[in-house]
Design a protein around this ligand. Structure first.
Ligand SMILES: *Cc1c(COP(=O)(O)O)cnc(C)c1O
Length: 374
């Protein structure tokens, strides 16, 4: 993995042990000669729905497609407002833009980096139709409060669960609270395909039917097009590989927790360094282990010199992207999003990260603090 002693991500630890199972799945896939929306997709849909605890899971081609269809299936379009976090990955915003609805960004809680019910409440107008809470970095949003508010205000809730497979509040999984919820299986995600894939989960039979139709050219029966649909189908090969991986998801989540706990311990008590918040009565999925410091630039350079790779998720919030220039938001419009973007740094955390490599990351950060921060 390049010239880094500790890369940000390395797939050999997660995929290496699965080579044989992947091989068998691929041979069976070749034998079946069925490539799109077949038995592997159906199996993945029912197993993933069960894992998340929803009645339906509809496989699609990406997390982006999942968000887009979740909005369309609920009739969201021009004239509607949709509340989104100001600090999410751009896909959340793009999905709303595709529908023609108006984006209403809301600054997150500075501590959790997630939307709060009070933040959402302040942004509600008589045109607000929906809200998309994003469980950023795998940290669950306060869904009980958000769902209460949504019931009072008659809002549709679509969770963006792209980063949080396996996160929980109490015993309930994220991605099971909203009316229709989007999941991504992009390769780097906690549950990743070996290519593009996504899903929408819902308990609503009617929405599930709409989604199945919309992902496949708007048809329920072949060559009968009831609505303007899309080609957002999930292919059999990705579903087959996801079927191999899904059964290990809980084991991997435990490993992510062990790794996060080691960082928590090793980096505790460094002045001015903020570690990820803990989840009371629930489970963080630790898609990313994100620290915050106003010395972010210097720390990242320091770690790079020590051949430790880190990434910033995300350096420029969507409201400052050229793609959204027509909205005319001033740069300072979302101060919390700006502050988080300039202080966040994601440390290496992946299945198979050795104790020795992780310790070298901890040691390097401690050395930085001894030299420059005291
Ligand atoms: C990855 C991601 C998406 C998009 O998923 P793709 O499968 O890459 O299309 C959407 N929202 C968030 C928060 C993501 O992290």
């Amino acid at each position: 993995m390049g010239s880094y002693a500790v890369p940000f991500l390395d797939f050999s630890g997660i995929h290496g042990p699965l080579r044989e199972e992947f091989g068998q799945a691929f041979q069976a896939f070749l034998e079946r000669q069925w490539y799109v929306l077949g038995s592997e997709v159906s199996r993945f849909e029912s197993d993933y729905a069960q894992y998340i605890g929803q009645g339906h899971s509809i496989g699609v081609g990406s997390g982006m497609a999942a968000l887009h269809l979740a909005l369309i299936a609920q009739g969201i379009g021009p004239g509607d407002q949709v509340i989104v976090p100001a600090n999410t990955y751009v896909a959340t915003w793009l999905a709303v833009a595709y529908t023609g609805a108006e984006l209403v960004p809301v600054d997150p809680d500075p501590w959790t980096a997630n939307l709060s019910a009070s933040g959402i409440q302040r942004a509600i107008s008589d045109r607000t139709k929906a809200v998309i809470p994003v469980h950023l970095y795998g940290m669950p949003c306060p869904m009980l409060e958000i769902m209460d508010l949504a019931r009072q205000k008659n809002l549709i809730v679509i969770e963006d669960n792209a980063q949080a497979h396996g996160a929980r509040l109490g015993t309930k999984m994220t991605g099971s609270f909203g009316q229709a919820n989007a999941h991504s299986f992009y390769p780097t995600k906690i549950l990743g395909a070996l290519g593009e894939a996504g899903a929408i989960t819902t308990d609503d039979d009617g929405i599930a039917g709409q989604l199945r139709m919309l992902r496949n050219y708007g048809q329920r029966e072949r060559y009968q097009n009831e609505v303007i649909g899309y080609n957002y189908r999930l292919d059999e090969l990705q579903a087959a590989l996801l079927n191999v991986k899904l059964k290990y998801l809980d084991v991997w989540l435990e490993e992510r927790h062990r790794l996060a706990a080691r960082y928590d311990q090793g980096l505790a008590d460094l002045p001015g360094l903020r570690l990820p918040p803990e989840v009371k009565d629930g489970r963080h999925a630790y898609y990313l282990y994100v620290i915050h410091t106003d010395q972010r630039e210097a720390l990242q350079v320091w770690l790079k010199e020590k051949r430790i790779e880190t990434i910033v998720h995300y350096p420029i919030p969507p409201h400052r992207q050229q793609a959204f220039a027509k909205y005319g938001w001033p740069e300072a419009a979302f101060p919390v999003a700006n502050q988080l973007a300039s202080s966040c740094l994601s440390l290496p955390l992946y299945i198979g990260l050795s104790e020795e490599k992780q310790q070298s990351v901890i040691d390097a950060i401690q050395e930085f603090w001894r030299r420059y921060q005291s």
